[in-house]
Design a protein around this ligand. Structure first.
Ligand code: KMT
Ligand code: NI
Length: 172
């Protein structure tokens, strides 16, 4: 795992876009992001159990797995959105980037590699992309099923109660 501010320069979303300014684990914690490296899936299982997670799936995002819709999927995951529940993402294989908004609404890019696990709080604006290797196999863990849906950023998400609760909890 490596976290840094996104450079906001033009270019394919899958390029590193590393501004050279690193983001500390402490700052990530202030945003509500928690990271672990779990080589054993048993550690994932016990974390999920402790936090009351009931559902999960495994998704492979690659041209091989998705065929002609791969490029569209990659663009869809890159639409900025929130979820109404806390969610866990565990990289089973490959690598990819999660971008999350910082306190000033700038993008922080989090590079996740095989066996990295990230807990994302409800209400944080984020987006995902594969990297230049075009291969991410990820386990997505959900606390419940009704709220899996990504809510794309717009006027409704800014007043969403989960969004407001996130900002209050983080002192933003
Ligand atoms: C999310 O929450 O944005 C996603 O689940 C993206 C795909 S999982 C690597
Ligand atoms: Ni999401």
């Amino acid at each position: 795992m490596k976290a840094y501010w996104y450079d906001n320069l033009p270019g394919d979303q899958r390029e590193a876009h590393d501004s050279g300014r690193e983001v500390s684990p402490e700052y990530l914690a202030e945003l509500g992001i928690v990271h672990f490296n779990y080589p054993s899936v048993e550690d994932v299982d016990s974390l999920a159990k402790d936090r009351g997670y009931k559902n999960r799936d495994v998704i492979t995002i690659s041209p091989d797995a998705l065929g002609p819709v791969y490029e569209d999927k990659v663009k869809t995951f890159f639409h900025e959105h929130i979820h109404e529940d806390e969610e866990i993402r565990y990289i089973v294989d490959g690598s990819g980037y999660f971008d999350v908004r910082d306190k000033g609404d700038d993008w922080v890019r989090i590079r996740l590699e095989k066996h990295d696990l990230m807990i994302m709080p409800a209400g944080i604006y984020h987006r995902f992309t594969t990297d230049e290797k075009n291969y991410t196999k990820a386990m997505r863990l959900f606390q419940d099923d009704p709220k899996w849906t990504p809510l794309n950023r717009g006027t409704e998400t800014d007043t969403n109660e989960h969004r407001k609760a996130y900002l209050t909890a983080r002192g933003i």
